[in-house]
Design a protein around this ligand. Sequence first.
Ligand code: GRF
Length: 195
Amino acid sequence: MEKLNGNKKLAVSVFISGRGTNLKSLIEFSKKKKSPIKIVLIISNNKSAKGINYAKKNKIKFLIINYKNKKKAENKILINLKKNKIKLVCLAGFMKILSKKIINIYKNRILNIHPSLLPKYKGLNTHQRVIKNKEKFTGCTVHLVNSKLDSGKIILQKKIKVFKKDNEYSLAKRVLEVENLIYPRAIKKFIGTNP
Ligand code: GRF
C-alpha cells in the first residue's frame, strides 16, 4: 500500500451531501502550515448542499455528482479521484452508500465520521434512538469504511455524556461540536499510524 506520511501533503477529497460543518473543520485544518493534508476536491451528490459554499469560499475544486444512475455516478467519481491524484477520501455527511468497487480501489483509504459511539447506533437517527433508549452516554466516531455500514476499524472515538434535559436536537448540537474537533485529529492519527 502506498505510503501516507511522505514529505508532500496528502491529496484529500471530501464527500458531502448537506450542511458541511465537518468539511469546514477539515478545510481549516488543511490550511494550517503543518497540516499533513491538502483538500483538492470536494464532491457532493446534492447540488443544493450548503457545504458547497465552503468550497467556493476557499476556492477548492468541487464536483456535483448526479446519483440517478449509481454506476455512472461512481464511475465519474473514480475518474475524478484518479485525475486529481487523491490518496485519501473523507466522507463528511455523505448520504450515499459507496459500492464495493470504490471501497476496494480505495481500500483502507476512506474515512467516515458517525455521530454515535460505534458499534452502537449504526445508521440514521442516532440521537433520536439514544434519547429514546435513555442512554447515559453517546459519542462520535471516525472509522475506516468497509463494505458493511458503519462497521470499519475505529480510528478515533469520543464519549459524550447525555444529560437528563437533552432532547435529540440539543444532543445533536453537542455531538456535532465534538465531531468537528475530532475529525482532523483522527486524520492526523490515521496518517501517523500508516507510514
Ligand atoms: C454529521 O453528524 C456526521 O456525523 C454525519 O452526518 C452529519 C454531517 O454534518 N455522518 P455536516 O454536514 O458535516 O455538518
